[in-house]
Design a binder for this molecule. Structure first.
Ligand code: MLT
Ligand code: ZN
Length: 463
């Protein structure tokens, strides 16, 4: 009888199976720090056929598989703690096909997001889903979590850009779904079950991704606003006149964390408690003039304290860093991260409730607020005080989190807008999904993954 490791080596070759502690630690986790990785092995297949053989082996031996992309997740979805096989897609990063008439590119799932963005640009196109971790996140992981990011207001989530998938189901079958087509009315769109499934139904190995035309002459405005209440009217005024590609917000604490890292400076000297970052295409002078008029009108109404418009590509990039570098700048701190959303129309009332709640429960804590206000998605980060032991901080947050989620549920919102449920949000799923819905999800999992080997324990428990 060959051992599992020997059989893995027989499938992918000796150099593509790692069992050393370093590899287990690196590949057995994502960006969450609260879990201790302990996988059996890390395996690096090269193609769908190898992935299929690994899944078939795992089925025979009833060993769990944790699919692993860029490991930039924030909810423990790619954590392997119980002797699983970590299946890294890292080596599967090639372009498989390009269909210029369809404006579709087919890539392996391990391609890094930024690489897809660059290739799209070389082909005269544009892949618009973008976020701070684009330099290391992978397309397969983005699809498995239906990643959102900073351009959702204009381009939507990853789901909008997937026109086909190759998957190896949990039972070891290969499905080629939708082949890159725009139109296909032949029954259930199975690709959408895999998008956002967090590796619990199978392994995404290849994807047909739609491309967009390149944006023209992007401009970025960063505005200082006096309070949260001013953020929504500012957004409304700008959106009424201009098609925005982003409307992001962050508070002074979040910006200070970025500035402290020393790569970029504050946008202007006027101090403001909150900032918004507005991006838009400006193909004609007229759009820029319109933006300036809206800016002035907002100043007159007292909704804006100060502002800066990018004057060069370099300045545009630096202004974006004020928002995009927040997560990285917080990585040196222990934080309790929230990734919640409500309908945009509910945002003002929800924010009012949340502000009161935070004043009551987190008054003594440093908080960093930022997010995609244009999508109703807030990231509320509570920073652990230096002198508080980590376990005490987590226990406290554990007791406070349900109360935040009660407010989310009050507005019919989501406990995870874009980071996914994974392990960290699993205890709170019932605040956003009904028991019947979760039972249907279990039924779907049972169908694709009858032996429960695919990323077990993530999103929900089987029984
Ligand atoms: C972001 O918007 O920067 C990401 O979702 C990451 C985060 O929330 O930390
Ligand atoms: Zn985000």
């Amino acid at each position: 009888m060959q051992s599992v490791i020997e059989q893995l080596v027989a499938i992918v070759g000796e150099h593509r199976v790692k069992i050393d502690v370093d590899s287990q630690q690196v590949f057995g986790k994502d960006q969450t720090r609260v879990f201790t990785p302990n996988p059996m092995a890390v395996v690096f297949p090269d193609n769908t056929e190898e992935v299929q053989k690994i899944v078939q082996l795992a089925n025979q031996q009833r060993i769990a598989i944790v699919p692993s992309g860029g490991r930039t997740g924030l909810s423990g979805g790619a954590v392997a703690m119980k002797g699983e096989i970590v299946l890294s897609l890292e080596k599967m990063n090639r372009v498989l096909d390009y269909l210029p008439e369809d404006r579709v590119i087919q890539v392996q799932a391990g391609m890094v997001t930024e690489q897809l963005q660059t290739i799209a640009e070389e082909k005269g196109g544009f892949y618009p889903v973008d976020f701070g971790s684009s330099g290391s996140s992978q397309i397969g992981g983005n699809i498995a979590t239906n990643a959102g990011g900073i351009k959702v207001i204009r381009y939507g989530m990853t789901r909008n850009w997937v026109l086909g998938l190759t998957v190896v189901t949990g039972s070891g079958e290969v499905l080629h779904i939708n082949n890159g087509m725009m139109k296909n009315a032949t029954g259930y769109a199975l690709q959408h079950l895999f998008i956002g499934s967090e590796g619990t139904l199978g392994v995404i190995t290849e994807a047909h991704m739609k491309l967009e035309r390149q944006p023209q002459n992007l401009q970025v405005l960063v505005l200082g606003v006096p309070n949260f209440e001013a953020v929504m009217p500012v957004m409304r005024e700008f959106r009424a006149q201009i098609d925005l590609t982003a409307f992001e917000f962050f508070d002074a604490n979040a910006m200070q964390k970025v500035v402290d890292c020393g790569h970029v400076s504050a946008p202007f000297t006027t101090q403001a408690p909150f900032y918004v970052l507005i991006e838009f295409e400006s193909p004609h002078e007229e759009t820029l003039n319109q933006a300036m008029q809206v800016f002035e009108a907002c100043m007159e109404k007292g909704w804006v304290l100060d502002g800066v418009l990018s004057q060069s590509l370099e300045q545009l990039k630096n202004l974006w860093r004020l928002r995009e570098d927040i997560t990285e700048s917080l990585s040196g701190y222990t934080t309790n991260k929230n990734d919640i959303s409500v309908l945009i129309g509910h945002v003002p009332a929800f924010i009012n409730d949340i502000e009161q709640f935070f004043a009551q429960h987190y008054a003594a804590f440093e908080t960093c607020w930022f997010g995609h206000i244009g999508d109703g998605n807030l990231h509320l980060n509570v920073v652990k005080p230096q002198d508080m032991p980590i376990p005490e901080f987590y226990e406290l947050c554990k007791s406070i989190n349900p109360k935040i989620f009660e407010l989310v549920a009050k507005y019919g919102g989501s406990i995870s807008a874009e980071h996914g449920v994974g392990l960290t949000k699993k205890p709170y799923l019932a605040y956003s999904r009904s028991p019947v819905e979760v039972d249907y999800m279990r039924g779907i999992k049972q169908l694709f993954d009858p032996h429960g080997i695919m990323n077990p324990g993530k999103i929900f428990d089987i029984a």
